[in-house]
Design a protein around this ligand. Structure first.
Ligand SMILES: [Cu+2]
Length: 685
């Protein structure tokens, strides 16, 4: 048993049923590829949580990941201080973008937890296989159907009437395999550590609070469907089709001033592999429709200007987004060198229409097309104790907004603030990296890498146009800066990974200089100095930090995980040099008992105070907090019964990323859930 557990530690997954391992940081030996130090999270770990939200789960497991809490679900993720477009979040290598201009539907929300086979976290500028991986990639891999006939099902019941259930059927022969699944998630408002419902918290402007009659309204009601087909007619050919449909309704976002009436996502992809030539090809499409309104808030009945309304909302944004993409990649092996070369591209379209009181803000995101095509090459060369990895990528990205998309209110908004309001821009740029890994022994290594990576401005950052009525000081317009340049990251990473017997130790450090980092700024109208807006500017900044992870077996069945991550962001100039939204030092310790039948874990997460804040964006210090979570499980042959308590001591706290940064008025701080008790039942046949 001891051997089994230790081998599971080094080569997970051993058997898909064994829920031995929580955290895995491995080098993907089986397919030598561009890996500095990959971190992986497997479905077995996810199944032991309350299974509500992937962003939150990752944030719990890795101190270097932090969640941006906007509501109970759909948490966005921050990796080593970088978030939004500065990192890539991919589903099976595919780009997916939310439709909401306020990122209610963060990319990671567009895949539900039972679909996840694993999540791979690759930090730093060490990916040339996807456009825009400036500071890292978080890639969600979905499950492949197995042969035979299997039923996987699970049910979670928890505090605040939270319910989660899924059923998945998979099976087939050697040549044809299929999988079909469904999940439902539902919850009432959670209570925080001070016993208040999340819907009861006061916003800076009371008009944005929830109406009394909706305090107990459901705050999420989500259905997910997915299906997958895998055809392997012979040893050489493989065809894979994946599709999914999500319908999220009544998702509340106390962090923001509106909530999602619905958010509907459709995804489909077709992949082909010709194994003798190591050739892979893929096409994919995904589409999101998003309707957000303030219909549950006080502002819906009585507007900011005093108007009493019966139309059901003061503000509403309807948004759509789609991505059509392709990728072709060929690998080649020659004298200990692995080459991968590929071409890929995508079209991303995004439009959002807003109505604010009587203002027609159609084209708030003015039907923007982003077209990208890129070519890349990656080589891994193994010699003696060195493994040298080189990658290079060339991209051309064109973004174009439609001038006919604007409404009457925001038509000339850009011209009020900028002299150059060009609606189209093409950026061509090169990225690449070099990484040298030196093996001290078979399983331990040190590494050093340098990477140059680029990300282009988002359609929102360049073209958003939201006119606000009267424009008093705290109701600024929101306008894109069409002159933004792409952000360029030059980064050095150093690290060490030691594996000895029952002990794994790793340490990673990074230093990143970002030229033209895209940052929020307050600007004044060129024509009327009383009119102000939120916009974006390019600044130069540096980021640095690192993380440590230790995993050790204390006895046959006990193991201890210790992790810590720290990061810092500083502007090169300005009065306040601190970069906003940089999480403080966070540590995690988890003691786990697992004999493959009984499982138990006590986890402690401590976040230090963050007082390195950017006063120009109204950031304020965030106090430290300590949270304790417990998870247990009992495994029978086909069944697992689990129970857990998150936030055992019912601590009242909020994270540093709990509110919207706004140079005019700070947003509401969204507290984390209080004590949350849940029971999990899973069955697998
Ligand atoms: Cu939204």
């Amino acid at each position: 048993m001891k051997k089994l557990l230790i081998s599971a530690l080094t080569a997970f997954p051993l058997v898909s049923y064994s829920q031995v391992l929580k955290i895995e940081k491995v080098k993907a030996v089986e397919e030598i590829k561009s890996v500095k130090e990959e971190k992986k999270v497997y479905s077995e770990e996810i199944n032991l949580t309350r299974q509500l939200d992937l962003g939150e789960i990752l944030s719990n497991l890795y101190p270097e990941i932090n969640h941006i809490r906007k509501g109970f679900v759909a948490n966005d993720v921050n990796l080593r201080g970088f978030s939004r477009n500065n990192i890539n979040v991919l589903v099976d290598g595919e780009k997916i973008y939310g439709a909401c201009p306020n990122r209610m539907d963060s990319p990671i929300f567009h895949v539900s937890t039972p679909q996840v086979e694993k999540v791979i976290i690759n930090e730093g500028p060490f990916d040339v296989k996807t456009q825009g991986s400036m500071a890292g990639v978080i890639e969600v891999k979905t499950k492949e159907p197995r042969k035979g006939l299997h039923l996987n099902t699970g049910l979670t019941v928890g505090s605040f009437q939270y319910k989660q259930g899924y059923v998945e059927v998979e099976g087939g022969s050697d040549k044809v395999k299929a999988l079909i699944g469904y999940q439902k998630r539902y919850s009432k408002p959670y209570k925080t550590g001070e016993g208040k419902k999340i819907t009861e918290y006061k916003h800076p402007n009371p008009i944005n609070d929830y109406q009394d009659k909706y305090i107990d309204h459901k705050i999420l009601d989500i259905d997910n469907f997915w299906a997958s087909l895998l055809l392997t007619p012979d040893k050489s050919n493989e065809i894979k089709i994946n599709t999914a449909y999500d319908n999220a309704e009544s998702v509340f976002y106390p962090y923001l001033l509106m909530d999602a009436v619905y958010d509907r996502t459709f995804r489909i992809s077709g992949g082909y592999k010709y194994k003798p030539l190591y050739l892979k090809a893929k096409i994919y499409y995904n589409k999101v429709k998003h309707d957000m309104q303030d219909k549950w808030r006080k502002s819906a009945v009585k507007w900011t200007n005093g108007t009493k309304s019966t139309r059901g909302y003061m503000m509403r944004t309807y948004a759509e987004s789609y991505v059509k993409g392709f990728k072709v990649e060929k690998s080649h092996f020659l004298k200990g060198i692995r080459f991968d070369a590929g071409i890929d591209g995508f079209i991303r379209n995004w439009k959002a229409d807003n109505k604010l009181m009587m203002l027609d803000n159609r084209g708030m995101i003015p039907d923007v097309d982003v077209k990208d095509v890129g070519i890349y090459a990656n080589a891994v060369y193994k010699r003696n104790k060195h493994e040298i990895n080189l990658g290079v990528r060339l991209d051309s990205t064109k973004s174009k907004a439609d001038k006919n998309a604007y409404g009457t209110a925001n038509k000339n908004l850009c011209q009020q603030y900028y002299t150059n309001c060009s609606l189209s821009k093409t950026d061509t740029y090169l990225s690449g990296f070099i990484l040298d890994k030196y093996y001290i022994d078979k399983k331990s290594y040190i590494y050093a890498g340098f990477g140059h990576s680029v990300r282009t401005p988002d359609p929102q950052e360049r073209y958003i146009a939201l006119k606000r009525p009267n424009n008093p000081v705290n109701k600024p317009d929101w306008v894109g800066n069409p002159n933004l340049k792409p952000s360029k990251n030059n980064e050095i990473d150093l690290g060490m990974h030691i594996k000895k017997g029952k002990f794994i130790f790793s340490i990673n450090g990074f230093y990143s200089k970002v030229k033209d980092y895209i940052y929020i700024v307050k600007i004044t109208s060129l024509t009327n100095p009383t009119e102000k807006a939120i916009s974006y500017e390019n600044i130069d900044a540096k980021f640095y930090g690192g993380d440590i992870n230790i995993k050790t077996f204390l006895s046959d069945y006990f193991y201890l995980d210790l992790g810590a991550a720290y990061q810092r962001g500083k502007k090169d100039s300005g009065n306040d040099k601190d970069i906003a939204e940089i999480p403080p030092l966070k540590i995690r310790g988890a003691l786990t008992y697992d004999n493959l039948k009984y499982y138990g874990q006590v986890e402690v997460i401590h976040s230090f105070k963050q007082d390195k804040v950017d006063s120009t964006l109204n950031e304020t210090p965030t106090p430290s907090y300590t949270v304790v979570n417990i998870k247990t499980a009992y495994r029978l042959k086909h069944f697992t019964v689990g129970a857990g308590i998150d936030n055992v001591f019912d601590k009242f706290y909020y994270t540093h990323l709990s509110y919207l940064r706004n140079p005019f008025s700070a947003g509401m701080k969204t507290p984390e859930p209080g004590r949350f008790i849940y029971v999990n039942l899973t069955a697998s046949f």
